[in-house]
Design a protein around this ligand. Structure first.
Ligand SMILES: Cc1cc2nc3c(=O)[nH]c(=O)nc-3n(C[C@H](O)[C@H](O)[C@H](O)COP(=O)(O)O)c2cc1C
Length: 175
């Protein structure tokens, strides 16, 4: 069935099921766990707009370093039995180790980028936009959230910085 006609659970698909974003090419790539994201449509006349995935990636992630030079990325979803492996991707950095192998997962080429052999569903996405939030635009509640976790959301100078928005056009969904 054409993926636009399928039903997705927008509030669960990232928040409870989690996903992995993979960026880079066969020679050099990285992946990390994401639980913030959305499926939406934007850009184009009604009925012809682009089907997109939006993720929120923190600049301190090693994965973030691959985004500027990459035209594509994948978003992979897994069966619940891989939750532990996903948690590993979300608590170790590819800067320090081969975390994909250490998580017990196998990376495979998908289009011009990489994904996972174990994924139950993979979204192949063409990068459309990377945009940093303006810190000043946040209401106090959101600033308070970031201030609670200055280590996780570090700006590298003792303060915090927000995630950036990454929008990709879904070119293909591989089940
Ligand atoms: C449950 C969970 C959800 C996460 N969701 C996100 C997210 O949406 N965006 C993000 O930038 N980091 C998220 N992270 C953090 C990264 O996955 C984590 O910092 C990872 O180690 C980064 O790896 P890297 O340095 O190899 O890129 C999440 C971590 C966990 C445990």
């Amino acid at each position: 069935m054409e993926f636009r006609k399928k039903e997705y659970k927008p509030f669960d698909i990232f928040d409870s099921e989690w996903a992995a974003i993979t960026v880079g090419n066969r020679e050099k790539f990285n992946a990390c766990l994401v639980s913030w994201g959305s499926l939406r449509n934007i850009w184009g006349a009604p009925g012809k707009s682009k089907a997109t995935v939006t993720l929120y990636i923190h600049p301190s992630r090693y994965t973030a370093e691959f985004i500027d030079d990459s035209e594509y990325f994948t978003v992979s979803f897994f069966d619940p039995k891989y939750k532990k492996a996903l948690a590993y991707l979300g608590s170790h950095s590819g800067r320090n180790e081969n975390k994909i192998e250490n998580a017990g997962l196998m990376a495979i080429p998908i289009g011009k980028t990489m994904g996972f052999k174990e994924a139950k569903q993979t979204f192949l996405c063409k990068k459309l936009c990377k945009q940093q939030f303006d810190k000043e635009s946040f209401v106090q509640e959101i600033r308070d959230y970031y201030e609670l976790y200055p280590d996780i959301y570090t700006d590298g100078h003792g303060g915090w910085e927000p995630h950036f928005i990454l929008i990709g056009e879904i070119e293909q969904i591989i089940d």
